[in-house]
Structure formats: C-alpha cells, structure tokens
Design a protein around this ligand. Sequence first.
Ligand code: HAM
Length: 413
Amino acid sequence: MIPGIRGTRDILPAEVGRWQRIERVAADVCARYGYAEVRTPVIEREELFAKGTGETTDIVQKEMYAFTDKGGERITLRPEATPSLVRAFVEHSLEQELAFSKLYSVGPMFRYERPQKGRYRQFHQLDVEVFGIADAAIDGEVIEMASTFIAELGVERTELVVNSVGCAACRPGFSAALLEALGQRVSELCRDCQRRAETNPLRIYDCKVPADQPVIDELPHSEDYLCEACQTHFAETKCHLDAYGLSYHVSHRLVRGLDYYTRTTFEILGADLGAQNALLGGGRYDNLVKQLGGPDRPGIGFAAGLERLALALPERVADIRTPDAFVVALGADAWPEARMLARDLRRQGLHVLIDYGGRSSKSQMKRANRSRARHMLILGGDELASHQVTVKEMETGHQQRVARDEVVTTLGS
Ligand code: HAM
C-alpha cells in the first residue's frame, strides 16, 4: 500500500455530504449577492505569489510548493486564490464584461505547513473578491455576506473580529511606533518574532507563543495611528456592520498574515476548533491589482477554509443520502426486467441500487440491508407474469404488490 501524503486528506463517503452541502450553500449565497464564478488553474508562476502574497510572508518564505518544470519555468501550486483571481481579472479585462467586478472561486490550495487539526498541506477555500469599489458600503456587505454564509450553514457560536491596518500613508508611522515600542525588548521574543521585527514587524501581533504575550500586549494599536481617511473608512465600515445588526469586536492584533492588506481586516472564528479556529479571513487590498500590473482598482474579499467549516458543521446535517430502493431479482429470468426497472426509476429521479453477477436472492437481500435503502423492490416469476413489483418498506417490513408503472408513486408516498 502506498499511503497518501502527510497533510493531505481523502474526503470519504461518510463526510462528502457535508462538503456537498457547504459547496451548495457557497454557490447559492454567492449568486444571491451578485458574484460570478471563475475557475483558475492550480498552478501559477511563482512570481505571482512572491509579488502578490508578499516576499516577507510566511507563505512565500516557508510554505510554497514551488518547483522548476521541464521547460525551466518556476511554477507554484497556489497557496491562496487572491493573486490568481486578480490575475484573471486583469488578464481577461473582466471589468468590461461585468456590471460589478464580484468574483468567487472554490478549490484546493497548497501550503507546506505543520499539519494539525484544521491545518493541512492541501486544503480547500471558498474565495470571494470584489474589485473597483472604494466605498465602505462594500466592506460592510462583504462582511455581512460572510456572516450570512456561516449562518446559513448552521454553524453556531462564532465570533466576528475586525480591525484596520491603515494604508501606505499611515502604516509607516505605525510601523515606526511599533519598532520604537519594541526597542530592546526584541531579544525577549521568540526566534520567529525576531525575524519578523527585521522583515515585517506587524506580523509580531500574530505570535501565539505564550512567553511573548506580555511584551506584545504593551505594543501600540494600529487604530491609534490611522490617517484621517483611514479613520473615516473604518468608522463607516463599523456603521454598516451596526446597521446590519452584526455583533463584532475590534482587535488590534488582527493584522493578518499576508502583505497586501490595507484598511479593513476581518475574521470569523469558530468555537471548538482548537488553535486553528479561523473559519474565514479577509480584508481590503487597495494596491494589489495595480501592483500585479492591472488598473488602479481597490479590492476586498475573504477566503473560508472548507475543512474547518466541515469540522464546525452541526451533527444534524445528514452526511449520506440513503438510496430510495434496492432492486432484487429472484431467479435468472428476472434479471433483464430488474435492470430495466432500475433504469426507469433512475431516469425518473430516484436513487436506486441493483446487484451484479447473478448472485443468490439471499446475498442480494443482505446487500440491500447493508445499503440502508428505504425499500426493497422484488421481482420474481409471479411479478413478471403480472407486470407487478413487490415493494417492501424496510423500516416497517410492510409489503405490497403494485403495478410496475405505479412504483414511483408508491415510493413517493
Ligand atoms: P488566509 O487567512 O490565509 O487568507 O486563509 C483563509 C482561510 O483559509 C483561513 O481562515 C482558514 O479557514 C483556511 N486555511 C488557511 N490555511 C489553511 C490550512 N493550512 N489548512 C486548512 N485551512 C486553511 C487568504 O488565503 C486570503 N487569500 C483571504 C482573502 C481573500 N483576503 C482577501 N481576499
């Protein structure tokens, strides 16, 4: 046996129902809010993420699956979807085509992280992006849509956290204040934080090492260093959230692990998920589209981790669709008619199973029980002669003969 790769998972029949439900609700919510689906390749040029996600991020520095292909090109398995959607938006001039540049995508992402519950090396995201809208009304709407998505899935006990990380005008002042406050204390922090202090000091707020927390707790808050325009934008965003009746709290530590964010950042956290508790995260990125060679358009979006949503879905969500019927043929003569019956019922929309290999009626019935089908449809000599089928309701054991073309009605009742 050749086992699967560490950090990857097979989504097995017992849980695939949860995934299908998540994907259905995602597509439905996105459509209702005016988003068009795009599907981009899993492989992209390495430079897209170096430039997009950011050279100083953990993702680019430590976690990318990158390789040189046979043509000598540097290729990356995408670690996130935002740069890919920006690329597709720019490359195909989608702005000309759509009333609003609202796009979404669902698919696998790859990060070479240390696997644990809720953190994998191949995982899946619903990614939602809006391009070209500067108004804080879209910040409000995107966050409201994220909350609606989580609520429609039936995930309970979640927490919405928001922050503003400022813009190119006010961020340098904040970073300087942060470095000054850190001062000599950098040496008291963990090795990762010491590296962050050199490359991207904001990232220190992400640190979860317990011994570092007393130092981090005393660091300045980004909200206190916002320029006037960023302050106004943040105040307006919060007004929209209040108007939607969303409860949230502002956390100055929500700086997010990617380089492109400006102004609004947000996350929805789930209970009972342990350390990896972010169900989704996102924010505004007003310079990324231009930085990746496109027109000067602001952007905002979020990505939800489908593995974490699947873990957080309440138990009552049915995982497997049980078959409507299992067709049993009694004796060799009954097989052709049994197969036609299965075909006809399937064409009429029923979930129907039937056995193969001409096995005995006893072993067919055993398999019917294992399939948890709601009915057994039995065809023997008598039934063939009278154009009837014996319908047995598995739960009650109740059995009746019905005309062949009334089977669908009987199963539906
Ligand atoms: P992110 O915070 O890196 O943001 O990922 C978003 C979500 O993906 C996380 O909240 C989590 O649910 C899930 N996730 C991330 N890494 C893993 C992993 N290793 N295993 C399982 N789930 C994971 C982004 O990716 C940004 N592109 C979001 C965004 C879109 N910002 C603006 N637009």
